[in-house]
Write a protein that binds this ligand. Structure first.
Ligand code: CU
Length: 117
């Protein structure tokens, strides 16, 4: 009888600590997802990487490392930066899954793509 109570107590303790561990893990990964960031470098008249794949909620930051101005403009006008001088940056947070093409309005042959999953 005493042994039965002990096992029951142990079982409850294991169940409780497992639930706590699960809770801790899921909230930590949710926080990590909210804080997701990605970076695209602009240099030598190109976006690098030209295609980037991120998760929903990711903030993508473009940084101009070229010595002339560039812009970041989405094909469907979802986002549009001002002319970025050297070392200027522009950020946009992608809240919906999809494929987002973009280009530099000063040099339309410069194109890139953000795939949000
Ligand atoms: Cu450009």
């Amino acid at each position: 009888m005493r042994r039965g109570v002990y096992l029951l107590t142990l079982g409850a303790w294991i169940a409780a600590s497992t639930a706590m561990a699960r809770g801790g893990t899921s909230s930590a990964s949710a926080a990590a997802q909210q804080a997701s960031t990605a970076e695209v470098k602009i240099d030598n008249f190109s976006f690098g990487p030209a295609t980037i794949t991120v998760t929903v909620g990711t903030t993508v930051t473009w940084i101009n490392r070229d010595d002339i101005p560039h812009t970041v403009v989405s094909d469907d006008k979802l986002f549009k930066s001002k002319a970025l001088d050297t070392d200027d940056q522009f950020s946009f947070t992608f809240t919906k899954a999809g494929t987002y093409g973009y280009f530099c309005s000063l040099h339309p042959k410069m194109t890139g793509k953000v795939i949000v999953e």
